[in-house]
Structure formats: C-alpha cells, structure tokens
Write a protein that binds this ligand. Structure first.
Ligand code: ADP
Length: 474
C-alpha cells in the first residue's frame, strides 16, 4: 500500500499510517524478558526467534522460541548479546521482520535501532533519534524543559574536573548527587552532604565511572531528600497518538536499584498524578515519541516532582501496569511497530481505567544474609506460589535449571494483583511463602520482611526505606 506521510505533531488523531504486518520477531536479549516477548508473539501468531550465547546454550529462553541462533562465539558472555553486525546478519539470513531489544543489553543503543532499520527491518521501540536523545542526559533534560516539565537542578553538561564540581556545589548548595554521565542502572552514584568532601568524592566517583563505564565524565544534580520514585508509562503510535497508562511507584530500591514496584502509586494526590501524567504525555509528544516508554520522576514530601530521565524501552516493572490496566504492553509494542494506531487497538485515554493494585517482587538468586552476593548452581527443588491474582514472569525458575554467574541474578518476577495495596501485599506474602527453592539462595526472606513492614503496608515508603531498615536483611 501507499505510504501516507503525515507529520505526527499536527495529527494526533490521524489513523493514516501504513500497516505492514510483522511475521517474525527476533529478541536481542535473554532470560525472562526474551520469554516475555516470545509469549506475546505466540499469542499474536508471530514467529519468535531467540539468540543465545554459548554460555546460554542450555538456557530455557532458547527453547521457548520457535527458532534460535547462537551469537558471539568467542566473545565473553555479555558481549555476545551486544554483537550488532552478527544479530543483523542472523535477521537477514533468516528472513526475520522485526527486532525487539528487551531491556538492558542493546535496548538503549540508538546505533542498534539504526542498524536494524538500515537493514530493512522493523525496530520494536522508539525511533533511533528518540533513543539517542533520551539516552543523552543533556538532550533529555533540554527536551523536558522545552515541554514544560520541571527538572532537578543540575550541571548543564558532563563535567570532568573537581573545580567544576566545587563550583556547582557552592552555587547550588548541598546535598548533591554525582552520577556517571555514561553510566546507568543505578550504578556509579554518590551523594555528597559536606563541602569538604566534594573534591575528594568527585575524584573518586569519576575514577570509578572511568573503570566501570570507560568514561569519567560526571553529572551533578541537587539531591532530593526522601524522594519517592514515581514513573509514568507511555505508549505512542506512528500517527502521533500518545497515551499514559498511569504511574508506578518504584521507591523500594537497594543501592538505587529497584526491588519492589507497584501501581498505582499509593496516596499520590490526584492533582499530582494528573500533572505528572499530563507532563509525561507532553514530553512524549514534544519528541514525537513512538512505542512504549517511561518518564521517571522524583517526588518530594511536599508533592513537588522533578523529571530525572526517560527510559526509551520496555521496563522490568511493566508488568504491574499491565495488571492494573489490562493492556498487554508487549503486544501493543508489536502492533504499533506494525503501523496500527492506538485507537485501532482500542487504546484511548478515556477508556484506560486502572483497576485495583499490583505489586511486583524481583526474586533474585542473591543471598540477603551475605550482603546480596549472587548465588549460582543447580536448582534442586523448585515450587512456586500460584493461585488467584498471582503472575510469574521468569525463564529459569524450575528444578534442574542452572543459574550461571554470567548474567544478572533475576530468577523470577512475582506479580500480585488485588483490589488494594494491603490485599495485594497479603497475596504476595502468601505466594512467596509457597515458594520452595533449594540449590540456590534467593532474596525471598528479604522480600517477606519488606512485605511485613508496617511502613510498606501503609504505602508510605520513600527511596531511603531499605537503607533505614537494616532489620529487613535478617
Ligand atoms: P539510572 O539511570 O542509573 O537508573 P536514575 O537517574 O534513574 O539512574 O536514578 C536511579 C535512582 O537514584 C532514583 O530512583 C533515585 O532513587 C536516585 N536518584 C537519582 N537522582 C537523584 C536525585 N537528584 N536526588 C535523589 N535521588 C536521586
């Protein structure tokens, strides 16, 4: 059919987009998120294709796809999944239509999105230009400002010297947070509360960033005290329609990494939610955002909120949004990439009504008694919690699975959905107690402590929660 090119900016409700079905999807990822995407493909009647490293040759994600291909022979385990030319070649050689990047790995690499498109394939995600812009902290902040979204005061760009760091701190006051300009995943961050410690901490943080991310450039932001991490899920199509699917609260973090996520955010004033979701949609429209994405905010005790970043990809915690909205985000991603519009998918803002409350616990193979050291080995016994309102998203959660040391330690995501926070907690608590895992240690005892904590049950936790409650580790 003929392509009708319409500028999305001026046609939010246009339905004139070329529709081109996707018949096969390669997932450039592994583990639970690869399986999550295969399941969506399967339900849509689309062929699913896996790639796997040599370390993952016996991994279940390979067997859950209709086809699978070895990648990165001779490369280290993580590098294998980052080998763009080889992944593209597999797609071309095997007539694959589209690529889903999952999260992590190549998901935020605009050069990957571009390479997929240049090879004549569909990228199931935003345009390479948007991936690039949102991955660049400076460009993302500029876009937020232009769309009228409040941002955390911070340096205008990456800085490299302790003198610049000092200057910022003197001008804006303490506390501040140092962030690796080219880092992510909560790593490489450092909070500074004392002027005497600015320079030394900067040097240290910068050299850590250099060794972890290959670049010592840093950003400095004002540190928001006792923030809640609240993020808005977005979905956009090729016609310029953008909707939000309400918010998630991801304040339960260990070392700035999310552990328990929920939707909607407990006790969030309606006015704040409306502003947040409205601004997130404005930001998405401003950059012609297409496909799924998340705008992350930090919210202070007074209800002020500040943009921190956009994740131009599917997130680990997308499940809780699916539970409360009933919308399959991965299927929607694929449909939008085919050229279907949100109204054609029945996804219009007024009809998206959150129902009840959902919680996700990330069950990892980490030993809480040993400072969350990753545990590896063969799972000897595995029984999971189940029953009404419980969803499990995993890949290697079964007896006989080998937990290798090469990749992240996420074993299974347990999601509970019920009418409110308390009953979703009760359901999660009950389900986690039904688990029996022998052979590797898990963080389930820690998660149960969280679920029984009164503050958590009241829905009043902020990002300090885990640090302030060391008894959770017992
Ligand atoms: P990453 O990209 O590494 O995940 P983010 O910028 O999303 O990093 O931040 C991760 C977490 O770090 C946030 O959820 C929050 O808990 C903490 N954080 C980041 N920036 C600030 C800030 N300016 N003030 C307070 N906490 C922050």
């Amino acid at each position: 059919s003929k392509i009708l090119k319409i500028s999305p900016k001026w046609n939010h409700f246009s339905t004139k987009v070329e529709y081109k079905p996707i018949r096969s999807v390669l997932v450039a990822n592994r583990g639970e998120i690869a399986v999550r995407v295969f399941r969506a493909c399967n339900e849509l009647g689309i062929k699913s294709v896996a790639i796997y490293s040599k370390e993952d040759r016996a991994h279940i994600h390979r067997l859950k796809a209709d086809e699978s291909y070895l990648v990165g022979e001779g490369l280290p385990p993580v590098q294998a999944y980052l080998n763009i030319p080889e992944i593209i070649k597999i797609c071309k050689d095997n007539g694959i239509d589209a690529v889903h990047p999952g999260y992590g790995f190549l998901s935020e690499r605009s050069d990957f999105a571009q390479a997929v498109i240049d090879a004549g394939l569909r990228f199931i995600g935003p345009s390479p230009e948007v991936v690039r812009k949102m991955g660049d902290k400076v460009a993302a902040r500029e876009a937020a400002i232009a769309a009228g979204v409040p941002i955390v005061p911070g340096t205008d760009g990456p800085i490299t010297t302790k003198e610049e760091a000092k200057e910022f701190c003197v001008k804006h006051g303490l506390p501040v947070i140092f962030k690796a300009a080219y880092g992510g995943g909560g790593r490489g961050m450092r909070v500074v509360r004392n002027m005497d410690e600015v320079e030394e901490n900067f040097q240290r943080a910068s050299s850590e960033a250099l060794s972890a991310f290959g670049n010592g450039a840093m950003f400095i932001e004002k540190f928001i005290e006792r923030p809640r991490h609240i993020e808005v899920q977005l979905l956009g199509d090729k016609a310029g329609n953008v909707v939000h699917l309400y918010e998630r609260d991801c304040s339960v973090q260990r070392r700035h990494q999310k552990v328990v996520e929920m939707a909607p955010a407990p006790h969030l004033p309606v006015k704040v939610r409306d502003q947040m979701t409205d601004l997130a949609v404005k930001l998405a429209r401003h950059v012609d955002y297409e496909n799924a994405g998340t705008v992350e905010f930090l919210c202070d005790e007074k209800g002020n909120f500040y943009f921190i970043e956009v994740n131009a990809r599917l997130q680990v915690e997308h499940t809780v949004t699916e539970e409360i909205t009933g919308i399959d985000l991965v299927q929607s991603q694929i449909r939008v990439a085919e050229g279907m519009t949100l109204p054609e998918l029945g996804i219009v803002q007024d009809k998206i009504k959150p129902l009840g409350f959902a919680i996700q616990c990330r069950v990892t193979t980490e030993d809480p008694a040993k400072n969350f050291q990753p545990d590896t080995g063969r799972i000897e016994v595995f029984r999971s919690g189940e029953g009404m309102g419980i969803r499990l998203d995993g890949a290697s959660a079964f007896a006989g699975a080998i937990i290798s040391p090469y990749y992240d330690s996420l074993l299974v995501k347990v999601i509970s959905h019920s009418k409110d926070l308390q009953s979703a907690c009760a359901k999660m608590n009950r389900a986690l107690r039904e688990f029996r895992v022998r052979g590797v240690k898990t963080n389930i005892p820690f998660l149960l402590n969280v679920l029984e904590n009164q503050k958590f049950l009241n829905g009043s936790v902020d990002t300090y929660f885990i640090d302030e409650n060391p008894q959770l580790f017992n």
